[in-house]
Write a protein that binds this ligand. Structure first.
Ligand code: HXC
Length: 253
């Protein structure tokens, strides 16, 4: 279901249900949440790339499974709990999107901190075509990401949109040729992995707070994180290296 490859401080996770366009059933989402939490605890790991295959990043939640689920079962299974676990991973996550990122697939990409997409990638929230609405952030985080007007269009029409459109709206970071997506995402992951890991984590958290909190609370979080970093060895190393005109060696402490 997942293919996991590690190189230096970077881990690549590939969703692997190719015959089902990487449809996200409960099992794959649970496995992904378990894996990400394990990597979050592994001090050697500093950045994670999440990808699919050339046809699909993920074509949404598994409709076979959804169609057979009763409302009370969603409650009893705590259906969205694993999505919350993924959303709150503290290390940087980069999505490399080829092909379809639809419904839960687009929402999973939005759980990542940055999205690199192929020029042939397709984004959409087609739940309306199934008689429902997005359930893992497709009305909330999407609206914060691209604004109300475009979110309305995406969610109310259920249409798919191109990578160029997603880029223009600010949903994704950049667009590459299809065979370059993974490399580009890995390059970015390695670049971030070379930075002081504690500062990277707190920076991620602080930026996310900007979308969640009123400004004064967000600024307060930022300032406290700023103070806290002065207790890290990497802060001393970073500033000392600057003063000594040498390259810093960050150790994640
Ligand atoms: C289950 C899926 C699936 C999905 C594709 N498949 N998407 N199975 N759930 N979301 C399966 C197909 O049934 C088919 O299986 C195989 O994958 C290949 O798909 P095709 O449709 O034959 O391929 P193609 O014609 O190329 O069309 C690709 C596609 C289309 C445009 C991506 O499959 C599609 O529209 N999929 C559904 C997209 C969608 O509605 N997503 C939102 C789901 S709801 P067989 O066995 O027939 O070969 C959602 C809610 C999120 O995400 C809530 C929060 C978690």
């Amino acid at each position: 279901m997942l293919i996991i490859e590690k190189k230096d401080h970077v881990v690549k996770i590939s969703l692997n249900r190719p015959k089902k366009m990487n449809a996200l059933n409960t099992e794959i989402i649970r496995k992904l949440a378990d894996t990400l939490e394990e990597l979050d605890r592994d001090s050697h790991v500093r950045a994670i790339v999440l990808t699919g295959n050339e046809k699909a990043f993920a074509a949404g939640a598994d409709i076979n499974e959804l169609a057979a689920t009763k409302p009370v079962e969603f409650v009893l299974k705590q259906f969205f709990r694993d999505w919350e676990r993924i959303r709150t991973i503290s290390k940087p996550l980069i999505a490399a999107v080829n092909g379809y990122a639809l419904g839960g697939g687009n929402e999973l990409a939005m759980c990542c901190d940055m999205i690199i997409a192929s020029e042939t990638a397709k984004f959409g929230q087609p739940e309306i075509l199934l008689g429902v609405i997005p359930g893992a952030g497709g009305t909330q985080r999407l609206t914060k990401a691209i604004g109300r007007a475009k979110a309305m269009e995406m969610v109310l029409t259920g249409k798919t949109f191109s990578a160029a459109e997603a880029l223009a709206w600010g949903l994704i970071n950049r667009v590459t040729a299809p065979d370059e997506v993974e490399n580009e995402a890995l390059k970015l992951a390695h670049e971030i992995a070379a930075k002081p890991p504690v500062a990277v984590r707190l920076a991620k958290q602080a930026i996310n707070k900007a979308q969640e909190l009123p400004l004064d609370h967000g600024l307060n979080f930022e300032q406290n994180a700023f103070y806290l970093l002065f207790s890290s060895e990497d802060q001393q190393e970073g500033m000392q290296a600057f003063l000594e005109k040498r390259t810093p060696r960050f150790r994640g402490k």
